[in-house]
Structure formats: structure tokens, C-alpha cells
Design a protein around this ligand. Structure first.
Ligand SMILES: [Zn+2]
Ligand SMILES: [Zn+2]
Length: 186
């Protein structure tokens, strides 16, 4: 997120003006009533339309700050979902003919997927650590994977109790404390 993202992205007032003019172009009377919000938790989706329990359009500030020219197409895309729901309820397909018609009417290509570069926005796959404690003698080891093949040097093949934590320094310390506690039986 660039520090100046607020300069790049439209203000609440500007968004409101866009919404009014897009609704005008579709001409529903009464128009649907909905909010438009930035959702900082969106990753690679440019936006989404929430239909229940309240109508809401959520936009991805990370992605749209990088591609300010895609703000309007994204807003129209999500608003078209809201409008299809407003007119027809839940029946139509998400990107079906009704939605496509609205997109064309607003001067947009009715393409369901955006082509924006999402490098660095994908959710990182979480890594874990696995503590294995021998049920027989309390000997333990911490591994990056679940080890089904593990054998205790003293007890041979047997049952291991497994605990998982996130692979951070704190996660490791937590497992080590747990292992020591089990070994000393405190
Ligand atoms: Zn969509
Ligand atoms: Zn053992």
C-alpha cells in the first residue's frame, strides 16, 4: 500500500457521485439502496457485492491504488451485481445475461475477471511447526511436517502426540515450552 493511496483513490464524495451517475444510466426507479466500502482484507479480488443481509459493494484498496484506472470498471461490475439482485432477486447467474446487459449499458466489457497484476497480494501460505512427543517416554522433536514415520529411539514405533504452531520464533518457543512441561510432567 503506497503511503499516498488516499491521493490515488477517489474520496467518499467522488465515489458517491460515480454511484449516482451509474445508477442514472441504468434508470431504476426506485434505485437500490446500498453502501460502498473499502475492504482492506480483500486480496486478489478487485471487489465484491454483498447481497444479504444488506446490499453492499466492497472494493479492494490495495489493488485499486495500484490500478486507479480500474476503479470505475470495478465499481460498475459490483454495482451491476447489486442491480441484478435488486431487479430479479437471487435467480440469475452471477455473470449471466442480466449482468452482462447492465455492464454493456454502462459502457463496460462484460468480463467477469479483472486482468490486474496481483503480485504480492496473494495470501501467503501459512507455514507450521509440529511438535511430536513420544507417548511412552516423553522424548520430543519439532519438525516442519507431520511425521507419520517417526520412531522413538527408546520405545521404537509407537504413539506420538502432535502439537502444531505457526512457524515463527514465538510459535517455536511455545512448542518447546509445551514439550518441556510434558517431559517433566509439571
Ligand atoms: Zn462479479
Ligand atoms: Zn519413547
Amino acid at each position: 500500500m503506497p503511503l499516498d493511496w488516499e491521493d490515488v483513490l477517489p474520496t467518499e464524495q467522488q465515489i458517491h457521485e460515480h454511484v449516482i451517475s451509474i445508477l442514472e444510466c441504468w434508470g431504476d426507479d426506485p434505485p437500490p439502496c446500498f453502501d460502498v466500502k473499502w475492504n482492506f482484507r480483500l486480496r486478489t479480488a478487485a471487489g465484491r457485492a454483498i447481497l444479504e443481509p444488506v446490499l453492499r459493494v466492497e472494493l479492494n484498496p490495495h489493488l485499486l491504488a495500484r490500478h486507479p484506472d480500474q476503479f470505475l470498471p470495478t465499481l460498475i461490475h459490483e454495482m451491476a451485481h447489486v442491480l441484478v439482485y435488486h431487479r430479479y432477486g437471487k435467480g440469475p447467474k452471477a455473470h449471466g445475461v442480466e449482468w452482462q446487459r447492465l455492464m454493456r449499458q454502462a459502457g463496460q466489457n462484460p468480463e467477469a475477471r479483472h486482468g490486474m497484476n496481483v503480485d504480492g497480494l496473494r495470501r501467503k501460505r501459512r507455514k507450521f511447526l509440529y511438535l511430536h512427543v513420544c507417548q511412552g517416554c516423553g522424548t520430543w522433536g519439532i519438525y516442519r511436517k507431520l511425521r507419520r514415520d517417526l520412531q522413538c529411539g527408546r520405545c521404537g514405533p509407537g504413539e506420538f502426540q502432535v502439537f502444531r504452531s505457526i512457524a515463527t520464533r514465538e510459535g517455536l518457543a511455545q512448542l518447546q515450552r509445551k514439550a518441556e512441561k510434558r517431559r517433566t510432567g509439571s
